[in-house]
Design a protein. Structure first.
Length: 343
């Protein structure tokens, strides 16, 4: 079974072809990705209208590129999957429209996929895939969630952010430090040269007893420190504050993840989403899990950001289990706000 996946939820256009054969491990035949980061940098963040227009320009050339790389013809495609939500409405409509039009032209079913489900299942394309059940830490853009995962399509929400997500805390703190867009990676790079103990920043909800997150207070604390330092802040102070901010976020994510593993009795955790690529998070979580003989699984670094491979994979795993929402009438809608539990 060959599934073509199209991702267009925000500022990356991703297309991929994934093959699944019975109970064999899924195989990524080819994938291509275009990031809009350079285009949005001038505005300090994603401009939805520009994002949608760029998806229109990129999606078909990327599809052609993937099919060439895979050495496959359109006739070999069995299903076409697309991101139905959550995300930017206009951006989602581009991918959904192209996917359903192509599916109709080929006479193949179209499958709408939840963006976060794609992230959650993406480690199954890695060299070290997980086994069910596991705990998933989803740290993608505006989402920070802990889920218990019994199987593809069987998810229990354990905790989530009640205000700013971890990715938003990275981005907003970076903006306060004048680091530009995208803020998260820029802050992480600057943090490499800083002392994480130089500033005493809060760890919101660290000792709350539940598995929810809150990072708005941390962002406010960073803002207050920036104001205290004033306009003549030296580069070392900036690096120290970046390191302290990163460490505060990582401490909360690791503490809550270990608590979730303890409460569920699971011995494996999957970390997925853009923040999952953060080196400090991986280092600290790996060390803490090793002490407790727990396993940690990540997607390949190239698949941490939004991509078509995770969408094709999620659809393929759902199809294997008979739980995919297939469409052969090719009518579609998108869900900019879509809880994973309702997928």
């Amino acid at each position: 079974m060959n599934v073509l996946g199209i991702e267009s939820s925000c500022d990356e256009t991703g297309v991929a072809l994934v093959e699944v054969d019975g109970q064999e491990a899924p195989r990524l035949r080819a994938h291509a990705l275009h990031s809009q980061v350079e285009m949005h940098q001038a505005y300090g963040g994603v401009v939805p209208e520009l994002a949608s227009r760029d998806h229109i320009r990129r999606v078909l050339p990327l599809t052609e590129q993937v099919m060439r790389q895979a050495g496959a013809s359109l006739g070999e495609i069995d299903y076409i999957a697309y991101t139905r939500g959550p995300g930017l409405a206009g951006a989602l409509l581009v991918g959904a429209g192209v996917a359903c039009a192509l599916a109709a032209a080929l006479g193949r079913p179209a499958v709408g996929v939840h963006h976060l489900e794609g992230h959650l299942l993406s480690p199954f394309l890695s060299r070290d895939p997980p086994e069910f059940p596991f705990v998933a830490l989803l740290v993608s853009g505006g989402h920070t969630q802990l889920m218990r995962v019994e199987d593809a399509g069987r998810y229990e929400l354990l905790g989530e952010t009640i205000d700013d997500a971890a990715g938003e805390a990275f981005d907003k703190s970076a903006k306060l430090l004048g680091l530009g867009y995208p803020g998260g990676p820029a802050l992480a790079r600057l943090a490499e040269f800083g002392d994480s103990t130089a500033f005493n920043l809060p760890r919101p909800l660290l000792h709350s007893g539940n598995l929810d997150f809150s990072f708005a207070g941390l962002k406010t604390a960073v803002r207050n420190q920036v104001l205290k330092l004033g306009t003549n802040t030296c580069e070392q102070d900036k690096a120290n504050l970046a390191a302290a901010t990163q460490q505060a976020i990582v401490d909360v994510l690791v503490r809550k993840s270990l608590q979730a593993l303890r409460e569920t009795g699971c011995t494996r955790i999957v970390v997925a989403g853009g923040v999952g690529a953060n080196a400090r998070l991986r280092e600290q979580l790996n060390a803490e899990c090793a002490k407790r003989q727990l396993r940690v699984h990540y997607p390949e670094l190239a698949l941490c950001t939004d991509n078509g491979a995770m969408i094709a994979l999620a659809a393929a795993m759902r199809l294997q289990r008979g739980s995919a929402a297939e469409s052969t009438d090719y009518a579609f809608n998108v869900l900019p706000r879509w809880p994973l539990g309702a997928a």
